[in-house]
Ligand binder design. Structure first.
Ligand code: 6PG
Length: 475
């Protein structure tokens, strides 16, 4: 009997929570997991939602349970497992069926898979889902890449389960093929930069005036009521306020300072580099995670180069106020870079990405949700072709005073030997971007000198060469 509206494969934490969310919103869902016992346990624990859940023992049962055209969500680890699952579905699925990859896929894999399915009648939807476990259960932000017909089939369900911002669902079809997964990748790139800058500010407060985790936590909690209001600031306050149950010292103080990464930050940087878009804040954040894992090397180096004076001059209150503003300026630069990557990718791949919609569906549910995203949505609504957020009028008003605090923060941190790679990258990006006459004229001279690569001369057309070319290569 085909009564389910949708199916889901993969009952890990994210898959289970998404399935419960769908069932809770009144949609009948068929579920299947490779390990059958997990399906049974899941259905057994579904409580009053069990009526909307059809637990299937085989893939055949799953497909038979769904009303055609059959949408099936894959919530399996990104990479090979997705290919294997598609492979397993192929002989069972038919024309019009829709496979929805809801994992953190590389958009290039999504494009390849969509192409491989072409001609089979089966449609691939690449769907970025943000918000972690809680988001999946109670309302994630959903970024979709698909053809229009497939989206029409599933739009109702995803609008129902998505987070809401002032009543509007945070779910949208953003373009064809890999567009949704690309936007999710950049979301994560911005997430990396945001988290890194927060960590740098934590480092300044910890290693400068020597504040405790608890004290820093309450500063973040206060900031969350102001301009920096965001999920990441909110959870940072909570992380800093949490005690280690074994020792009762702040938990953060006993966590190894080595950060993991699964790849989406790195993909953002790779794609930005290939598109020729500067994404220095995201790069700095990815590099900082890599550097954090070199724990032994850092310990060795720290003995060779002992710490420079730990004292911060001035009052802690003034420092805190300055850091709040510096963090805002850094965040604006990071978001400007993320949106610039998406703009360039949109042109490159012909996606016509709706920037204002992206900002809107990131206002709730996702990890980088923040007050700032509402201003970003408004800026793109006012001028959809905004080249860089830093020149949108509302952001100029924010950046004008804020860059001074960023400057002082980065300068002071440098003098005290405290690393601020992402905040420094933000400042250098801002200063480079607002410099009408930069220094690439010299680079062009050098390139022409050693390689006759040519340059454009101010006030005249066409490629020119310098008189130095005759000397190039002479000892
Ligand atoms: C989200 C998160 C989610 C996941 C990251 C973590 O939007 O819900 O970004 O996708 O937590 O992939 O990535 P790292 O393990 O690379 O930090």
């Amino acid at each position: 009997m085909s009564e389910a509206e949708i199916g889901l494969i993969g009952l890990g934490t994210m898959g289970s929570n998404l399935a419960l969310n769908i069932a809770e919103k009144g949609h009948k869902i068929a579920v299947w997991n490779r390990t059958a016992s997990r399906t049974k346990t899941f259905a057994g624990n579904a409580g009053e939602l069990a009526g909307n859940i059809m637990a299937c023992e085989t893939l055949e049962d799953l497909l038979q349970a769904i009303e055609p055209p059959r949408p099936v969500i894959l919530m399996v680890p990104a990479g090979d497992p997705v290919d294997q699952q598609i492979e397993a579905l192929l002989p069972l699925a038919g024309k019009g069926d829709i496979i929805i990859d809801a994992g953190n896929a590389n958009f290039r894999d999504t494009e390849r898979r969509a192409q491989e399915l072409e001609g089979s009648g089966i449609v691939l939807v690449g769907m970025g889902v943000s918000g972690g476990e809680d988001g999946a259960r109670n309302g994630p932000s959903i970024m979709v890449g698909s053809d229009k017909a497939a989206w029409l089939r599933v739009e109702g369900i995803f609008n129902d389960i998505a987070a809401r911002y002032e009543g509007e669902p945070c779910a949208a079809r953003l373009g064809p093929g890999g567009a949704g997964h690309f936007v999710k990748t950049v979301h994560n790139g911005i997430e990396y930069a945001d988290m890194q800058m927060i960590a740098e500010v934590y480092g300044i407060l910890r290693d400068g005036p020597g504040l405790s985790a608890e004290e820093i936590g309450s500063i973040f909690a206060r900031w969350n009521d102001g301009r920096l209001n965001s999920y990441l600031i909110e959870i940072t306050a909570e992380v800093l306020a949490t005690a280690d149950p074994d020792s009762s010292v702040p938990l953060v103080d006993v966590i190894q300072d080595k950060a993991g990464q699964k790849g989406t930050g790195r993909w953002s940087v790779i794609e930005a580099a290939m598109l020729g878009v500067p994404a220095t804040c995201i790069e700095a954040a990815v590099a900082a995670r890599s550097l954090s894992s070199l724990k032994k090397e850092r310990e060795f180096a720290s003995r060779r180069y002992p710490q420079i004076t730990r004292q911060q001059p001035g009052s802690t209150a003034a420092l805190v106020a300055e850091l709040e503003t510096a963090l805002l300026a850094g965040k604006i630069a990071a978001y400007a870079q993320g949106f610039a990557i998406m703009r360039a990718a949109s042109d490159e791949h012909g996606w016509d990405l709706p920037m204002a919609t992206i900002a809107r569906i990131w206002r709730a549910g996702c990890i980088i949700r923040s007050q700032l995203l509402d201003s970003i949505a408004k800026a793109y609504d006012a001028k959809p072709k905004t080249t860089n957020l830093m020149v949108a009028p509302a952001f100029v008003d924010m950046m004008q005073p804020a860059h001074l605090a960023l400057r002082v923060t980065v300068g002071r941190a440098a003098l005290h030997g405290l690393p601020t790679p992402a905040l420094s990258a933000a400042l250098a990006y801002f200063d480079s971007y607002r410099q009408a006459r930069g220094t690439a004229n010299l680079i062009q001279g050098q390139r022409d000198f050693f390689g006759a690569h040519g340059f454009e001369k101010i006030g005249s057309r066409g490629q020119k060469h310098g008189p130095w070319s005759a000397r190039a290569g002479k000892k």
